[in-house]
Design a protein around this ligand. Sequence first.
Ligand SMILES: [Zn+2]
Length: 143
Amino acid sequence: MLQIRYYEDSEFEVDDYNEYFVNAECTPVLYEEKFIPVRCKNCGRWFIMKNTTFSHFCKRLISSNPPKTCRDHAMSHNFKEKLKSDPIWEIYNRGYKQHYARFMKGKMTKAEFSEWGEYAIELRTKAADGELELEEYQRLIRI
Ligand SMILES: [Zn+2]
């Protein structure tokens, strides 16, 4: 028995790709609507997706508390990747660790540390917007 579950935004999942695509009744409809079959890179199961919302990840729930789908998982993964590869974030993280260490050693008060936090976010935003040169940003964030 063919199992298709529809999503609100008209993506849907299929439990068996082959079974689905030998089904002559629904295949032409799919191609007409420009739906494409994609294998989820997280769970490895097939889903059908509208070609306007391209993603390699399905929207099956992989955990319920908090509700999280393969696609949510991929997005938070991308965010972590961004932290690793984006120099602006890297500099910020390094600065944060430095200042946190100072605070832990008692060389900075809690008020000073939180003040620095606001200052650092401001710098990071400026750097991300291109208002601040990377070298200048790196210098200022250490202060
Ligand atoms: Zn998935």
